[in-house]
Design a protein around this ligand. Structure first.
Ligand code: KIV
Length: 283
């Protein structure tokens, strides 16, 4: 079993040009499969609101939900670097609350790091959380918690004005003491400049190839999220179709009397069934 990676392993991988592969995970069985597959790290994203709870965004997701799922992922993947995702309003209200909530991901969720959304507007939080000794991942570009302000789930950095803003955000996140940066749905030309300017690892989701590694949402990758598929997703499986096929087969077996079969029952101990007449005759 390979030992669990630390942020220093990710610095070294960047130095050597070794790309990092990570996905989101929300439950223990999926996390265990991901660990067995050699995934470098796992994000317990607040995307769980959409992928697990059927919400149409991440804003309603709570600390308690994030902690619950982070702990489940840790249980399933004890030897993988796990990142807890700070939900909306868990870090915006005050610096003190931000540090306390970040700490809960380590103490209660047993995560190795936290991620929070935003650039210049959250540098005080990043600095305070990092000063508390916590590994911090920044997240800029399309930040789903502020999709209202962005006018929806829209790609960022596609004009020179917004490209400048995204690059300023990246620099501010690093300057505040973040240990790594996630860039979401940003034009590849802009991500390339960010990676050239920053010394911390720069990872992407929908941000093109010029990164130190790639993240995908597990439900997109496996084909079990039908509501919406962003352009940047590559589906590696159609588990949704496979699940539907299995459910139909089971339903038909039950209705047709084909399940359970003789191999699925617990027969009585030899000689005991004959005595059942006594029970039948009892008043
Ligand atoms: O919650 C999440 O899964 C995320 C990704 C969209 C980057 O933050």
């Amino acid at each position: 079993m390979p030992r669990k990676k630390t942020i220093y392993d990710f610095y070294q991988m960047k130095h050597k040009g070794e790309l990092v592969a990570w996905i989101t995970a929300y439950d223990a069985p999926t996390a265990a499969y991901a660990e067995a597959a050699g995934m470098d790290m796992l994000l317990v994203g607040d995307s769980l609101g959409m992928c697990v709870c059927g919400l149409d965004g991440t804003v309603p997701v709570t600390m308690e939900q994030c902690l619950h799922h982070t702990r489940a992922v840790r249980n399933g993947a004890p030897n993988t670097f796990v990142i807890g995702d700070m939900p909306f309003l868990s870090y915006q209200v005050s610096i003190e609350e931000a540090v306390r909530n970040a700490g809960r991901f380590l103490k209660e969720g047993l995560a190795d790091a936290i991620k929070l959304e935003g650039g210049k507007r959250v540098t005080r939080q990043i600095r305070a959380i990092a000063e508390a000794g916590i590994v911090v991942f920044g997240h800029i570009g399309l930040t789903p918690q502020s999709s209202g302000q962005l006018g929806g789930f829209k790609a960022q950095g596609r004009t020179i004005e917004t490209a400048r803003l995204v690059i300023e955000d990246a620099l501010a996140v690093q300057e505040a003491g973040a240990h790594a940066l996630l860039v979401e749905a940003v034009s590849p030309e802009v991500t390339q400049i960010i990676r050239e300017k920053l010394s911390i690892p720069v990872y992407g989701i929908g941000a093109g190839p010029h990164t130190d590694g790639q993240l995908l949402i597990v439900s997109d990758l496996l084909g079990i999220f039908e509501a919406f598929t962003p352009k940047f997703v590559r589906k590696y499986a159609s588990l949704g179709e496979e699940m539907k096929r299995a459910f139909i087969a089971y339903r038909d077996d039950v209705k047709g009397g084909g399940f359970p079969g003789p191999e699925h029952v617990y027969p009585m101990v030899e000689g005991e069934a004959e005595k059942l007449d006594e029970l039948r005759d009892e008043e």
